[in-house]
Every structure is written in structure tokens, then in C-alpha cells.
Design a protein around this ligand. Structure first.
Ligand code: 5GP
Length: 139
């Protein structure tokens, strides 16, 4: 399947395949992940079809950002988790499997269930040039 094909999330949005909907408004749908990393793993998706975050309209991005805090609070209240990760993958090498923008809300529990990350950090190099390059690339 190519990055440009319709995805399973189109079928979910259309109601053609079922999901456990926890939230919906004009721009956003949130539902339980079918293969959760932990109890309460939720996916939050824009209704706009966009593969990657950088392709999403400002309106949909704003709508996503607006609902995330209250959805995180609801997941915390429902599961009792005190900690959680937000994960948003873009591109197959970055572990994206479904090419429709989505934000994972993944509770992290005492038993360590949730997202496991190996954080292989480096040191900051070329910072002046890099800062300038990014600043100039913002459109
Ligand atoms: P990605 O790796 O693209 O960031 O994550 C895609 C997520 O979508 C995975 O966590 C996977 O379990 C979830 N997913 C894939 N297909 C379905 C489906 O049909 N229903 C639901 N609820 N989740 C799905």
C-alpha cells in the first residue's frame, strides 16, 4: 500500500468499519487503538485527510491541539494513569503505519506498560547555522 492510498482511518471516519469512539466534533475523532500499548491508548485524528503533520491545514491542526488536553485529562481520569506519552509518527521510517495524521495518547503505568523509548541522544552541533536555517524555512 502506498502513502497516497486511502487508509483504514477513512473507513473508520465513514463509519464503514467499527471503532470505539470516545470523542467527536466537526474536525476531530478520537477512538481506542485496536492494539493498545497500554490500557486507555487512544488515537486522535483530524477528519481532514492528510498523511503527515506538515501537510495538515492550520484549522485542523488547531482543532487537534484544542482537544488534546481534555482528552488527556479524560484518559487519566478513566484509567487512573498519572503519566502518559503523546506520540505522532510521520513516515514509515519514523514508525508510521497508517498514513493519516494521528496523535497517540498512551498511558504509562507503574508496571511500565505504555510506550518504551530508547532515547539515543547526541550533542548539539552546528547550532547557529541550524537555528538560522529553521527560522528562515518557517513559512
Ligand atoms: P502508527 O504506527 O501509524 O503511528 O500507528 C497506527 C495505529 O493505528 C497503531 O497503533 C494501530 O494499532 C492502530 N490501528 C490500525 N488499524 C486500526 C483499526 O482498524 N482500528 C483501530 N482502532 N486502530 C487501528
Amino acid at each position: 500500500m502506498s502513502e497516497h492510498d486511502p487508509t483504514i482511518f477513512d473507513a473508520i471516519l465513514a463509519g464503514d468499519i467499527p471503532c470505539h469512539r470516545v470523542y467527536e466534533d466537526d474536525h476531530v475523532l478520537a477512538f481506542l487503538d485496536i492494539n493498545p500499548l497500554s490500557r486507555g491508548h487512544v488515537l486522535v485524528i483530524p477528519k481532514e485527510r492528510a498523511r503527515f503533520m506538515h501537510e495538515l491545514s492550520e484549522e485542523s491542526a488547531a482543532a487537534l491541539g484544542r482537544v488534546l488536553p481534555k482528552l488527556c485529562k479524560a484518559v487519566m481520569a478513566a484509567t487512573g494513569c498519572e503519566h502518559y506519552n503523546l506520540l505522532q509518527n510521520n513516515g514509515a521510517p519514523a514508525h508510521q503505519a497508517v498514513f493519516h495524521v494521528h496523535v497517540h495518547i498512551i498511558p504509562k503505568f507503574e508496571d511500565d506498560s505504555g510506550l518504551c523509548i530508547e532515547w539515543d541522544s547526541g550533542s548539539l552541533e552546528d547550532s547557529e547555522h541550524l537555528t538560522q536555517a529553521i527560522r528562515e524555512a518557517i513559512t
